[in-house]
Design a binder for this molecule. Sequence first.
Ligand SMILES: C[S@@+](CC[C@H](N)C(=O)[O-])C[C@H]1O[C@@H](n2cnc3c(N)ncnc32)[C@H](O)[C@@H]1O
Length: 239
Amino acid sequence: MWASLPQSRGLHCSVRLLKKQQSRSAAEQRWLQRQRADPYVKASQQQSFRCRSAFKLLQVDDKFRLLQPGLSVLDCGAAPGAWSQVAVHRVNSAGTDPGLPRGTVIGIDLLNIPSLDGAHFLSNHDVTDPGTHAKLQELLPRGRAHVILSDMAPNASGFRDMDHERLISMCLSLIDLAEKVLQPRGSLLCKYWDGGLAHRLQERLSSLFGSVRTVKPDASRKDSAERYFLARMYREPEK
Ligand SMILES: C[S@@+](CC[C@H](N)C(=O)[O-])C[C@H]1O[C@@H](n2cnc3c(N)ncnc32)[C@H](O)[C@@H]1O
């Protein structure tokens, strides 16, 4: 069942794009038709999510229960902010339920992320930059996150192998970040595009986490190479 969330001030990315379209190519027409037929686009509008991607995280979290009240969450590649909306609700970082512990949500993106009650955003920041890691350590309670989420993606070049390699290398840089900020026994959920180098990322994750599995939530389009690695039970390397 889809969760309902408090209203947000955010715009729906799909609607914004629809309105911007003045003259449309055939490819744009196909995209629009797909958007109109997509039940997750409609549901995201009805539930005031900033993007349909909210449902990917909701579905993963409904199954694996990563996000609990009181936890600290880093949302990498957070713009426009739909995953952060889900995280704010589930870790109670806006304090909506005074009877539950209050968590923390910090989002980072190269782009501007419109503000959201209960989240602290670092807009115009590169997750792969060690300078960003230092800022995150300062912002997180006791310098640690219980969960790192990454829905990061580079701008697609249209060359599948190249895009795959770029995203894998971004995911590998998340491991550097995890080594600085992730709590022992913490979790990492990161998007990748399937391809020849995915096993390298999986091996690296398996050397650091007690369990690593591939997940593809229903809201992730069937014809897309998009997958997520869910790595749990982080084992801090001995120093
Ligand atoms: C698919 S969108 C994320 C959508 C988001 N999960 C949501 O639900 O609103 C991918 C984002 O990754 C961001 N991104 C790509 N490379 C990045 C980097 N090196 N550092 C930070 N953000 C990055 C992009 O700017 C883009 O906003």
